[in-house]
Design a protein around this ligand. Structure first.
Ligand SMILES: [Zn+2]
Length: 122
């Protein structure tokens, strides 16, 4: 009686373990598939939203609307890119959200730097 009971118990334990293993494996496998499908659907659904919001965010960050400092023509331009006024074709760039004329190279506040050095030497 004892031996049979033991065999039954171990048999039940063994089959339970296998069942649990199979369930676990299938759960993990199914989980991966479900997760994959869910992720794919989620990304597909999210993509246009992200694209629209991303574009809006990017435009808000990178497109500046202002008036030309030379002729007052209002237009929009990309940030951090040198451009020309479509009206008077003045070379412009964006500084602190405003259109400014591109300063010709070699005339950048040399006097101010020299004054600063003199003050430091005193
Ligand atoms: Zn202009």
């Amino acid at each position: 009686m004892n031996q049979i009971a033991q065999w039954n118990l171990s048999g039940i334990g063994c089959s339970l373990l296998i069942l649990l293993g199979v369930m676990g494996l299938s759960a993990v496998g199914l989980g991966w598939i479900v997760n994959g499908i869910f992720l794919a659907v989620f990304l597909l659904a999210l993509l246009p939203v992200v694209a629209v919001y991303g574009l809006r965010w990017w435009v808000k960050r990178n497109v500046v609307e202002d008036q030309c400092p030379m002729c007052g023509h209002a237009f929009a331009a990309l940030n951090q890119v040198a451009f020309n006024c479509p009206n008077c074709s003045e070379a412009l760039q964006i500084k602190d959200g405003r259109f400014v004329r591109i300063t010709p190279p070699g005339t950048i506040d040399v006097d101010a730097v020299e004054v600063d050095v003199q003050v430091l030497e005193d």
